[in-house]
Design a protein around this ligand. Structure first.
Ligand code: BTN
Length: 247
């Protein structure tokens, strides 16, 4: 990844820019990085606060030659890669993977991942994997203090963003290539489960118009979250936002 590399001092959103490049034929592995974003976007149409000089805002174009039904597995491949790269670069950082696509430390978000798929006129599809990693952000803006943190805040150390970016891109490229050869996520389930923030916990999962509650019971090879409800049923949840219930 990154042989085709687009660096911008400021952009509306690296995901939007990567999607525009992909529509114009950008090759697989094209990387768009910006120092700041004016309209950084998160999941559920939320904004991603993106000040200059402190964090990583990065989007990668993928053209996976697999059926589109496998695309929802990609955020977990990215999460595993980012988790591995970040914990290797920052020993002592206690980071966890929060299904379906966040990296959490101390209960607060360190990294968010936004995967978007677009179909092209020739019926192929491309995927843009965007991630925002809070690196040297300190302090966190007041309004986000309860939900967000950064590597600097958690470790007291300032990290090189370039070095972290290289580590993430190298790990993600390897893991993505491995994933293409497999049928599903089974090969990284042990890693995802070993570092899961939700493992065995009581959860509430918010979806568009429903809320599910139950106990986390692992992940399926397709990356669905398995949820054991109070009446003993095992639900396979494809998407949503998970919240821990107070114990
Ligand atoms: C989330 O947690 O809701 C996902 C946040 C994703 C933010 C990143 S920053 C780089 C890329 N460009 C965007 O506009 N969003 C993603």
């Amino acid at each position: 990844f990154g042989r085709n590399f687009i660096y911008l001092e400021s952009i509306d959103s690296t995901n939007l820019r990567a999607r525009a490049s992909a529509r114009e034929g950008a090759v697989e592995g094209t990387v768009v990085v910006a120092d700041s974003q004016t309209e950084g976007r998160g999941r559920m149409r939320r904004a991603w606060v993106s000040p200059a000089g402190v964090n990583l805002y990065c989007s990668i174009v993928l053209r996976p030659p697999v059926p589109s039904i496998r695309v929802p597995e990609i955020p977990l491949v990215a999460a595993a890669a980012i988790h591995e790269a970040v914990t290797q670069e920052c020993p002592g950082l206690a980071a966890f993977i929060k299904w379906p696509n966040d990296i959490i430390t101390g209960g607060r978000k360190l990294c968010g991942i936004l995967c978007e798929m677009e179909s092209e006129p020739d019926c192929t599809h491309f995927v843009v994997v965007g991630f925002g990693l809070n690196v040297n952000l300190d302090p966190v803006p007041e309004e986000l203090r309860k939900i967000a943190t950064s590597i600097a805040i958690e470790t007291g150390l300032r990290m090189s963003r370039a070095r972290l970016l290289a580590a993430v891109l190298n790990r993600f490229e390897q893991l993505y290539r491995d994933w293409l050869e497999k049928e599903n996520l089974a090969f990284i389930l042990p890693y995802l489960e070993a570092h899961s923030w939700l493992k065995g916990r009581e959860l509430k999962i918010e979806q568009f118009n429903t809320v599910l509650t139950g106990t986390e019971a692992g992940l399926s090879p397709q990356g669905h979250l398995l949820l054991r409800t109070v009446d003993g049923a095992l639900l396979s949840v494809t998407s949503g936002e998970a919240h821990l219930l107070p114990v």
